[in-house]
Design a protein around this ligand. Structure first.
Ligand code: AP5
Length: 217
């Protein structure tokens, strides 16, 4: 049973590592950003509410996110654990997660903080390309697809996320400092926080994470 939170600035590699961890552990990754993007694309009521916040680089209101995650975490494939990628992102969300876990008699095993300097964050976000169909993430130079501009998994044309424009990146980074960074202390106080400072590419970071989670608390 493995319940892991991935914490870190926009572009720190949460999505990239969530995909690898979920595959290695055989558990789902619950990626709030991706769930919201699907809702926007499908014209779902949640997507209609969330779109304007996401386009600005702001957080979607807590009550919408908590309701989304309550429903998702209650589904059968989450019974053996999950990787939380992008949730929680505020103190309210962290407390809601604690309450959800307490209700089912469960606990988090690890909160992994991906630490990356800001110049690298900007380089990663500006070069990111994403598959609009399956959600796979690539980078023009650090993690290029086998065929330029095409998803390795489902052969769909890759796109740049609208919130990866320079002005929106700046706002997302500021929102992180204000709303999400305080969760570092929240989880540190509970003895759950593990810092992942590996400077290398996705494989090296994954090796660092794998050895941290096998070491246990
Ligand atoms: P979300 O999609 O979660 O965006 P984010 O947190 O800003 O994170 P990113 O997806 O930008 O980056 P990442 O850390 O996953 O990095 P990645 O692996 O892609 O959220 C989008 C929006 O939805 C939010 O702004 C908000 O509006 C809303 N939202 C979502 N969750 C919410 C919540 N809980 N509450 C309220 N609102 C919410 O990597 C980035 C790039 O770098 C890629 O190109 C990748 O190939 C490359 N890369 C990754 N690792 C490495 C490496 N080690 N070396 C070199 N390149 C690398």
């Amino acid at each position: 049973m493995m319940r892991i939170v991935l914490l870190g600035q926009p572009g720190s590699g949460k999505g990239t590592q969530a995909q690898r961890l979920a595959a290695a552990q055989g558990i789902p990754r619950l990626t709030t950003g991706e769930m919201l993007r699907v809702a926007v694309r499908d014209g779902a009521p949640l997507g209609k509410d969330a779109k304007r916040y996401m386009e600005r680089g702001d957080l979607v209101p807590d009550q919408l996110i908590v309701a989304l995650m309550q429903e998702r975490m209650g589904t059968a494939d989450c019974a053996r654990g999950y990787i939380l990628d992008g949730f929680p992102r505020t103190r309210v969300q962290a407390e809601a997660l604690d309450a959800m876990l307490t209700t089912v008699g469960a606990a988090l095993q690890h909160v992994l903080l991906l630490e990356v300097d800001e110049a690298e964050i900007r380089r990663r976000l500006s070069g990111r390309r994403e598959c609009p169909k399956c959600g796979s993430t690539f980078h023009l130079t650090a993690q290029p697809p086998k065929v330029a501009g095409v998803c390795d998994r489902c052969q769909t044309a890759l796109v740049q996320r609208p919130d990866d424009q320079e002005a929106t990146i700046a706002r997302r980074l500021a929102v992180y400092v204000r709303e999400t960074k305080p969760l570092i202390g929240y989880y540190e106080a509970r003895g759950l926080l593990r810092r992942v400072t590996a400077p290398g590419g996705p494989d090296e970071v994954f090796r660092a994470i794998s050895s941290l989670i096998t070491m246990g608390p």
